[in-house]
Design a protein around this ligand. Structure first.
Ligand SMILES: Cc1cc2nc3c(=O)[nH]c(=O)nc-3n(C[C@H](O)[C@H](O)[C@H](O)COP(=O)(O)O)c2cc1C
Length: 462
């Protein structure tokens, strides 16, 4: 199935997992969320190229391997309208990354693109285009996208349940790889790729040559067993949701087992969890800064709006500094169609549980919502030196290969990391002191894919 991925281990001498001893950074610039603060006077706008340019160039100054854009194909809604407290709207990821390619030199450019609502020949061409014009710096963060509500924007409608989404994703990615592989076969510049599947057909001759890194690097984001197996078979890097040390070690173990079982060896897939860093000179200052960051992330309006998503009704009459509402949710108004991924069936049960929890801990609406929403599990808070020591330990045991960092403030949210944390990590010998090469594959230390012997297999059926 994955003939054209990186070199495989010899089955007779199973390869052990070898920590690289290094940490890489990526910046995860989200589309819609409440965690990124755009309220500072210098923040600018989420539709302004300047905001993206500044973050990407800061990351490049810090030798970050990659600049990531998440992608949502429909805005989150709140009580039937676009959620005005979110970062509403953002230019298309690949368009933005193409523009960023011209104002950066080294940093990798990762476009999140889903396999459920795209078509493989078209997407393969667009990603190959980004890879070529950026000089071999493109990557595709493969997601399947988890709601039928997004599907309402597409001709196919809200199709595909969870298991089918991954089957479809696998055929999709295999097809894209075959298209990229099909250029420059031994008997000509390109061979036709055909695919006839349940959801799409492909009959295409390759339109572009290979890039400087052969083809786009493949990231994957999805955490279910099916998602992890898919990553083990197909991805170069997994964008995980497991940054905390013990959890990260357990996730590594799980992924190593899956990639060995998939025949790709223990070192086939790198791991970069989502994370947030709140840093200062001392740990006391960092703790204070965290309070400030959280107060900006969850203001009074955000706190009430958050609860409204789960209550399915207006709660503006409730005091954000008072207790959780006694009133019950309107179950039929609380469904995942608002983009929160919340299934309304358990709304009453959840409300009871939250009221009890908040009462027990003596938390107001705002305090409770802050505790629920803050990226507590993905946040590293502390002095530059303490956090550098912590990350050095991740590198030593190989818990992760790097971190995909969400900046909490635009455009200065990476400054502490680049100016203070990176030098500390370099001193500890766990962070690059220069870009290793020209391509994203070089930065990550990934081998060039081995092209499948026969890319022009006439047709694959799913
Ligand atoms: C760290 C992470 C980041 C993700 N980013 C996106 C994104 O930007 N756009 C998107 O449509 N889905 C995104 N997803 C969701 C995946 O598309 C997928 O639908 C979801 O995780 C369900 O798959 P799973 O059950 O395998 O986790 C992300 C998932 C994870 C774990």
């Amino acid at each position: 199935m994955t003939q054209h991925t990186r070199a495989k281990s010899d089955a007779s001498t199973p390869e052990e997992f070898r920590p690289s001893g290094q940490i890489q950074f990526g910046v995860f610039f989200q589309g819609v969320n409440s965690g990124t603060i755009w309220k500072a006077p210098e923040s600018g706008s989420q539709t302004d190229f300047e905001s993206f340019r500044r973050i990407a160039q800061t990351a490049e100054r810090g030798l970050f391997a990659a600049f990531f854009l998440g992608e949502g194909l429909r805005l989150r809604e709140h009580l039937g309208r676009p959620h005005a407290l979110d970062v509403v709207g953002r230019p298309d990821a690949q368009t933005m990354l193409a523009a960023l390619a011209s104002v950066t030199t080294n940093i990798g450019l990762v476009a999140t693109q889903n396999t459920t609502y795209n078509d493989p020949a078209d997407l393969a061409h667009r990603l190959a285009s980004l890879d070529l014009i950026s000089g071999g710096r493109a990557a595709w963060n493969i997601v399947t996208t988890d709601n039928a509500w997004t599907g309402a924007n597409f001709r196919r409608g809200g199709y595909l349940d969870h298991a089918d989404r991954y089957k479809h994703a696998e055929a999709f990615v295999e097809t894209a790889k075959r298209i990229w592989d099909s250029w420059d076969t031994p008997d000509g510049p390109g061979r036709r790729v055909r695919h006839e599947g349940q959801h799409y057909t492909v009959d295409v001759a390759p339109r572009l040559p290979r890039s400087a890194q052969y083809r786009p690097v493949l990231f994957q984001a999805g955490d279910s067993p099916e998602g992890r197996n898919f990553a083990a078979r197909q991805a170069d890097v997994i964008f995980s949701a497991h940054p905390k040390f013990d959890d990260a070690v357990a996730f590594r173990k799980d992924l190593v087992e899956r990639s060995v079982a998939a025949g790709r060896g223990a070192n086939a897939v790198q791991i970069m969890p989502a994370s947030e860093f709140i840093l200062a000179r001392t740990s006391a200052e960092a703790a204070e800064k965290k309070e400030w960051v959280r107060s900006l992330q969850i203001g009074p309006q955000q706190a009430v709006a958050y609860l409204e998503q789960f209550w399915g009704r207006q709660l503006s009459a409730y005091d954000p500094d008072g207790p959780l509402p006694e009133i019950d949710p309107v179950v039929e108004e609380t469904s995942e169609t608002r983009g929160s991924g919340f299934h309304g069936a358990k709304a009453r049960q959840l409300a009871d549980q939250w009221r009890a929890e908040a009462k027990d801990k003596g938390l107001s609406i705002r305090q409770f919502v802050t505790s629920k929403t803050a990226r507590i599990d993905s946040t590293f808070t502390g002095s530059y030196t303490a956090v550098a020591d912590q990350l050095a330990e991740y590198a030593r045991v190989g818990a992760v290969d790097g971190f995909n960092i969400s900046p909490w403030l635009i455009p200065t949210g990476l400054d502490d990391i680049v100016n203070h944390l990176v030098p500390e990590l370099q001193e500890r010998g766990v962070y690059p002191t220069e870009y290793r090469g020209a391509t994203l594959r070089d930065h990550l230390g990934l081998e060039t894919p081995v092209r499948t012997a026969d890319v022009a297999v006439a047709a694959v059926r799913t």
